[in-house]
Write a protein that binds this ligand. Structure first.
Ligand SMILES: Cc1cc2nc3c(=O)[nH]c(=O)nc-3n(C[C@H](O)[C@H](O)[C@H](O)COP(=O)(O)OP(=O)(O)OC[C@H]3O[C@@H](n4cnc5c(N)ncnc54)[C@H](O)[C@@H]3O)c2cc1C
Length: 438
């Protein structure tokens, strides 16, 4: 059962509309998209009922009074992913991030509780794991991301929470188990290693939030003086915005941390608490008391291995959509939304929130025989927590230019308000987004 706070709360909508950052940006487009509709009798299939899929289902079911909307996804629990960092660092209980899709999907759609195994866009058909072939007139692919823990030799997600092994990403259960490992470490100290993989990841700020909040827990729980914290990045940095990258590395240094680049987690011996990293100069081994694993990530297999994926280039395997219209490059009746998209930025709920109205507006244009009219600017945002009670609200676009929602918040300064955004306001706004209200 989901708790009442995890269910729709229409009473709070007006407050949220006026106050939350995610709600305010591109509000014109969101409102315009909400009033757009088509009287065409078309069948739209949405693959995936996560953040993007549910929000699309709500908006499209209202925008197509004579149409039919089908959602395909077996998953019934809904994960509020942005809350996992707070679960894994002991601030939130697990049940605060576990919702139910049934509470948010509109009643006038068809929900096929199966998984898609293949795409046949030449015949406007998707194939499910029961062998069912589902025909569509238009399709939106919103299948999220696949964690590739298997790429790390010896990694076992079942061991998360034991032997100093943590990983916030996997699931609410494993985030809660991660807190068991982090809590113990925050008292006892020792060698703590935080990793960053070489692939695109969802919420690029989450590995940094986990590091900053663990530092704070060490200071609160007495382990700081006995701890040596390390951040090992597979890439040449820790974040894609140069000024923020420099800020984080400096702050890590001020806390006595060692930061290594081009150092990729390759293998872990969980029982021996030993990790192996590939570097340009060969492998290195490290003992640890805490290892926070961020797995490599990729598009879900049915997309990755289909003609719908980019076949080469830096987005190879991700859904091949135009980064502005979010329409598929080769199949004009197919759109993409959310983490699955092979676009330069995104993979945040904030991106989902601002790109769903773009997809809806452009899809309705195409349904009515017109070209897509709206261009997505790549908006992404993350309240980057630097300690409990303090965060930076960083919002930027494809050009990596800062596009702050609130003129009174300096994105380059830590603030209590940005923390309140993350801890108090983001989830209610997210629930409104699911229902297609903001
Ligand atoms: C630890 C963590 C912290 C985060 N923090 C923030 C934050 O602070 N701010 C922020 O904006 N974002 C944050 N995010 C990112 C954000 O949660 C995601 O970017 C967003 O939820 C992606 O939505 P989505 O719909 O693309 O994917 P999802 O919500 O994961 O939904 C994908 C759906 O597709 C379904 N699916 C997959 N394969 C198939 C298939 N074969 N057939 C049918 N269905 C399928 C899945 O079952 C799932 O229901 C965080 C994420 C994590 C993990």
């Amino acid at each position: 059962m989901s708790s009442s706070e995890n269910k729709p709360d229409h009473g709070r909508r007006n407050f949220l509309l006026g106050s939350a950052a995610m709600a305010a940006t591109l509000a014109g487009l969101e409102t315009a998209a909400a009033s757009m509709s088509s009287d065409k009798n078309v069948h739209v299939v949405i693959v995936g009922s996560g953040s993007a899929g549910i929000s699309l289902a709500n908006r499209l079911s209202r925008a197509l009074p004579n149409g039919k909307v089908t959602v395909i996804d077996r998953k019934e629990p809904h994960t509020y992913w942005p809350g996992l960092t707070l679960v894994a660092t002991g601030l939130w209980p697990k049940d605060k991030v576990v919702l139910a899709n049934a509470d948010f999907l509109p009643s006038n759609i068809t929900w096929i509780k199966e998984m898609v195994t293949g795409f046949d866009p030449e015949n406007n058909t998707v194939i499910t794991d029961s062998g069912q072939k589902v025909k569509y007139d238009f399709m939106v692919v919103a299948m999220g991301i696949e964690y590739n823990y298997g790429a790390i030799q010896g990694m076992d997600v079942e061991a998360i929470g034991t032997n100093g092994l943590a990983s916030v990403y996997h699931s609410p259960d494993k985030a809660a188990q991660s807190w068991v490992a982090i809590q113990k470490y925050s008292v006892e100290g020792g060698n703590g290693i935080f990793t960053l993989p070489p692939t695109a990841i969802r919420c690029a700020g989450a590995p940094l939030k986990m590091t900053f909040l663990t530092l704070d827990r060490l200071k609160q729980n007495g382990g700081f003086e006995k701890a040596k914290m390390n951040f090992y990045s597979s890439t040449g940095g820790v974040f894609g915005l140069p000024w923020f990258n420099d800020f984080v590395i400096k702050r890590f240094g001020e806390n006595g941390m060692d930061v290594k680049f081009k150092t990729q987690l390759k293998a872990v011996d969980i029982g021996a608490r030993k990790a192996t990293f590939a570097t340009e100069n060969g492998d290195i081994e490290a003992q640890y008391e805490l290892l926070h694993v961020v797995p490599p990530m990729r598009a879900p297999q049915p997309v990755r291995e289909s003609v719908l994926a980019w076949q080469d280039g830096s987005f190879k395997g991700w859904l091949a959509v135009d980064k502005e219209t979010l329409r598929h490059m080769d199949h004009p009746n197919v759109f993409g939304c959310g983490d699955v998209n092979g676009t330069p930025l995104g993979k945040t709920a904030a991106t989902v929130k601002l790109s769903v109205p773009v997809v809806v507006a452009n899809l309705l244009s195409v349904i009515d025989g017109k070209d897509p009219q709206v261009k997505f600017n790549g908006y992404t945002s993350c309240p980057l927590i630097t300690r409990f009670g303090s965060a930076m609200l960083i919002e930027f676009d494809y050009k990596k230019e800062l596009i702050p929602t609130f003129s009174f918040i300096d994105p380059k300064q830590e603030s209590w308000f940005a923390w309140v955004m993350k801890e108090q306001m983001l989830k209610p706004t997210y629930l409104e987004m699911l229902q297609g209200h903001v």
